[in-house]
Ligand binder design. Structure first.
Ligand code: SF4
Length: 351
């Protein structure tokens, strides 16, 4: 069985031509796939009956995700779904909405997609990491997460504005399927989302960052650093292995040079672990003059024993970075109470 959501528009063309149909039939499949969200090939009535039958006989299908659980935050701005994919794997996907009154611009509907079930990186503060690695998601299952929310939003007269690859899993560890999904989601004959509206978040897999820099894509990059030195980083990210802090920062610099897209360093602040003024100074020395942006994320309560630092400590950390001329923000978390925030996704604890 091949899911039609797996195919790039060029591949869809080759498919219909190979079956003896004119090229334009490909668009008659693509348009409804990305704008009408059919659940079955027979839900595309504009296709000749014979083509629908030929596709079905050749093993093509439309594998939409099925929602099995939904939790919405009190303010209604964050929705976490447990989606059953057509290979019977379950994945968590989150929608975060930012009304224009809060962000002073166009309202945003950002989907946080997962690229793996579980994660092999084992970051000690992350609920997904504590699940261990289960499997990689195929491109069509990454696309399905977006399509599912696109359909929900369309019914409300809204649409997906941004995507962040910050859900379950390390995107660079499922590189080929992630890139295929991005090419489908940004193709003007596919889902058509602007490349600049997508951000990939990585724990700092240098080979993946270097590869992404060569893709000729305008994708934003967020690198989770969490420590300015290798000793502490290895404690927090046990699999950091060959990728030293220095290598990761150099890879970020190279990515910026190649793409012109600013790189954000994500820094999860954990009380008594990596939030001292001394560590802030160490981080400042490392990033000074780099044009880097640092996003401080006071840690969320997860399965581990880590605590969120006090507001005073967070502000002090930020001040030290800012005084060193480093562009720095403190992330306003969404969805913490429904375990939908960064580092909280895991499929065995829903809600
Ligand atoms: S923080 Fe990211 S890379 Fe680390 S275990 Fe969690 S999902 Fe994996």
């Amino acid at each position: 069985m091949t899911d039609l959501y797996r195919l790039l528009p060029e591949e869809m063309e080759q498919l219909v031509i190979g079956m003896g149909y004119p090229r334009y039939r490909a668009d008659q499949i693509l348009l409804p796939l990305y704008y009408k969200f059919p659940k079955d090939i027979n839900d595309i009535p504009q296709l000749p009956k014979k083509l629908r039958a030929d596709l079905t006989e050749a093993g093509y299908t439309i594998g939409s995700a099925k929602e099995t659980h939904r939790v919405v935050s009190e303010d209604g701005e964050t929705t976490k779904l447990l989606l059953n994919l057509n290979d019977n794997n379950a994945v968590e996907t989150v929608l975060m909405q930012y009304p224009s009154s809060k962000i002073g611009g166009h309202p945003r509907s950002t989907i946080c997609v997962s690229t793996q079930i579980g994660c092999a990186m084992g970051c000690v503060f992350c609920a997904t990491g504590q699940m261990g690695f289960k499997t990689n998601l195929a491109a069509e299952h990454i696309v399905s997460q977006v399509i599912h929310f696109a359909e929900i939003l369309e019914k409300r007269g809204e649409h997906v504005t941004n995507l962040v690859f910050m859900g379950m899993g390390e995107p660079m560890a499922n590189y080929d399927e992630m890139i295929r999904a991005i090419r489908i989601l940004t193709h003007d004959r596919g889902f058509g989302l602007g490349q600049r509206h997508i951000t990939i978040s990585t724990i700092g897999i240098v080979s993946g960052i270097d590869k992404l820099a060569e893709e000729n894509l305008q994708i934003g990059l967020a690198i989770s650093l969490h420590s300015p030195n290798n000793t502490l980083r290895r404690e927090l990210v046990p699999t950091a292995g060959p990728n030293s802090v220095e290598d990761i920062i150099a890879a970020g610099r190279h990515y910026f040079k190649k793409t012109g897209r600013r790189v954000t360093f994500e820094y999860a602040l954990m009380e008594g672990i990596n939030d001292s003024p001394e560590i802030a100074q160490e981080l400042s020395r490392l990033l000074k003059g780099n044009g880097s942006h640092v996003n401080l994320i006071p840690i969320n309560p997860t399965a581990g024993d880590f605590r969120r630092p006090s507001k005073t400590r967070v502000l002090k950390f930020e001040q030290i970075l800012s005084n060193a001329g480093i562009n720095c923000t403190i992330r306003v978390e969404k969805g913490t109470e429904i375990s939908a925030a960064c580092g909280q996704l895991r499929t065995d604890i829903v809600g």
